[in-house]
Design a protein around this ligand. Structure first.
Ligand code: RRO
Length: 299
């Protein structure tokens, strides 16, 4: 099941979605054995920005029938404290570290990327381009020409493998993927959460989330993820990291057959912190079985 990805040799194709599995908190809760036996073949840390951010006002979560809406608002300690406090802990992980960064403009993103660019503990950088452009209200990654310019700026400041985490909130995600590739991305990852609103259960249409809107994740978005991953994989030659609502090995196999090289477990890790390990095991069993003619494909 080992897999090559952007020059990294990974033990299996299952990683985590940024912001959905906090290894520092997990070590506190479950002990150091968890880190030695990490469920993921690479670890993606949660989004960091240039300066510290408090995040959005509460409430920040809403559970839906088949998923959840979050508006966490990227609370983080900023890149300087990330490098000083978190990086030494992540460096002890037995797998490569992918650092996820975000900025409101190309200049800001390039500044964060440059700050992490020469740290040997970091194997790759993932760019989160789901930050809203204050002028248009659209995500900065939603418009292919704007995305291309942003990725070019970041490409210029780092030789590390660059993964662009595409936004699904766009007219044509494959065009965005092509723009990222043209600007020098080494890989793309998708899907981030789908823009969503939750209403207060008993306040006549008032919005529930403190920030007014958020992003939908979980099983509800699995079919959208499958469609977007397939559309992107058909149009780019860089590797694709597929994610969105997967819960089982069979769902991971679907994303791989849609053209993904790696898959990421996200919301399912909140329900089952062992989900990464389970999905990797189920996927290995399925792949093994699939080599025998007549084996059932999806349980
Ligand atoms: O922090 C968040 O609210 C957040 C981010 Br940065 C993201 O990329 N996706 C998401 O669903 N929430």
């Amino acid at each position: 099941m080992s897999v090559s990805f952007c020059g990294l040799e990974l033990a299996h194709p299952v990683i985590n979605g940024s912001g959905t599995f906090d290894v520092i908190a997990a070590e506190r809760a479950f002990g150091p054995a968890l880190l030695a036996d990490l469920p993921f073949s690479a670890y993606v840390s949660k989004t960091i920005t240039l300066r510290p951010r408090a995040g959005n006002p509460p409430p920040r979560l809403w559970e839906t029938a088949a998923g959840m809406v979050n508006s966490i608002g990227l609370p983080n300690k900023g890149v300087e404290a990330y490098l000083a406090e978190d990086l030494p802990r992540y460096a002890k992980l037995p797998v490569p570290l992918i650092t996820n960064v975000m900025g409101a403009t190309g200049a800001e993103l390039a500044e964060v990327a440059a700050a992490v660019a020469d740290r040997p503990e970091i194997a790759a950088i993932e760019l989160n381009v789901s930050c809203p452009n204050v002028a248009t209200g659209l995500d900065i990654g939603a418009v292919p020409s704007e995305l291309e310019a942003v990725v070019r700026r970041v490409r210029a400041v780092t030789a590390k493998p660059l993964v662009v985490k595409l936004t699904p909130n766009t007219a044509d995600v494959a065009l965005c993927a092509q723009a990222a590739e043209a600007a020098g991305a080494d890989a793309v990852s998708l899907i981030n959460t789908l823009r969503a609103v939750a209403l207060h259960p008993d306040a006549g249409g008032a919005r529930w989330l403190g920030a007014g809107q958020g992003g939908l994740s979980g099983p509800a978005i699995r079919s959208v993820a499958l469609a977007q991953v397939a559309a992107v994989a058909e149009r780019v030659s860089v590797p694709v990291v597929g994610m969105g609502g997967l819960q089982r090995g069979a769902h991971a196999a679907d994303l791989l057959s849609a053209g993904a090289t790696l898959i990421a477990v996200g919301t399912e890790s909140f329900r089952d912190p062992g989900a990464g390990k389970r999905v990797a095991r189920e996927l290995a069993e399925l792949t093994g079985r699939a080599t025998h003619p007549g084996a059932p494909r999806h349980p």
